[in-house]
Design a protein. Structure first.
Length: 272
């Protein structure tokens, strides 16, 4: 079947953020426009906050009615602001997870009203601000707990010191809070924490239904383990050339690395 819907991750797929390239390459941007010109809907799916993701949708010229999948699927909202789906961690659970991180001296941040808040100013917070081009708020431990208790937090993010540590934390979180949350790796050191039903894969299913597409008519592209769920449901699943092995194993096709415009090459192969 012909592809009617393309859903792409942002970091490590559309942009080479690991090498501090925070804008799509001209080749990738041109591929998005070419797909749209053929009548194919192009949507973004990311662990980023909505405000950050929506900027990319606007810069790429995506239709303002196209939903943006943010917070790993916890919020689906169009560029013009219409909410399609929203999921939030219950207040008591969000506070429990904060306390888990505090006991272990882990860096953790939460998202409240589409702004990110963390305990104190430090390098991890500054790096995240540079990557998102958005300011954050140092709220202190009690301030974070107060915000978490509102029950309006779509996800929490822990940033580990190194990738192996991140994998260990993910394993421990999923054991400690079994059945209550899902923790996934969204970048080498990033750990996203959401409700169990939240995933990019479930969000893609919602978009396919919204656009009247069979999943066989959906193409998904990604590079990180939080992309696996959407690769598993797509008719054409594309992993970046520098993706981790589990991501490649979930894909139908492995394209070139992000630095070599693997996104654009995949679109040229399958839809352009």
């Amino acid at each position: 079947m012909a592809i009617k819907l393309i859903v792409s991750d942002i970091d490590g797929t559309l942009i080479d953020s690991a090498n501090l390239q925070f804008d799509p390459s001209p080749e990738n941007a041109a591929a998005v426009r070419a797909a749209a010109d053929k009548g194919i809907t192009v949507a973004l799916a990311t662990g980023r906050m909505y405000k950050s993701a929506a900027r990319y949708a606007e810069d790429l010229g995506l239709d303002e009615s196209t939903p943006v999948i943010s917070y790993n699927g916890a919020l689906i909202k169009s560029v013009k602001g219409g909410t399609v789906y929203a999921s939030c961690l219950p207040g008591d659970l969000a506070v429990e997870i904060l306390e888990y991180a505090f006991r272990r001296n882990l860096y953790i941040q939460l998202y409240y009203k589409d702004e990110f808040h963390y305990e104190t100013e430090e390098e991890k917070a500054r790096i995240y601000q540079r990557a998102t081009r958005l300011p954050g708020v140092a709220a202190g431990r009690e301030g974070l707990k107060k915000l978490a208790a509102t029950g309006t937090i779509p996800k929490l993010l822990i940033i580990a010191e190194e990738p192996e540590m991140a994998r260990g934390i993910i394993k421990d979180l999923n054991k400690e809070f079994s059945g209550r949350i899902v923790a996934v790796q969204s970048a080498e050191r990033y750990i996203d924490i959401m409700l169990p039903e939240v995933s990019k894969g479930n969000a893609v299913k919602q978009l396919a239904k919204r656009y009247g597409c069979d999943l066989s008519e959906v193409m998904c592209l990604g590079d990180s383990e939080n992309d696996i769920s959407m690769l598993e449901v797509a008719g054409i699943a594309v992993a970046m050339g520098d993706a981790s092995e589990p991501v490649k194993a979930a894909a139908d096709f492995v394209t070139a690395p992000v630095a070599d415009n693997g996104f654009a090459r995949a679109l040229e192969k399958f839809v352009l």
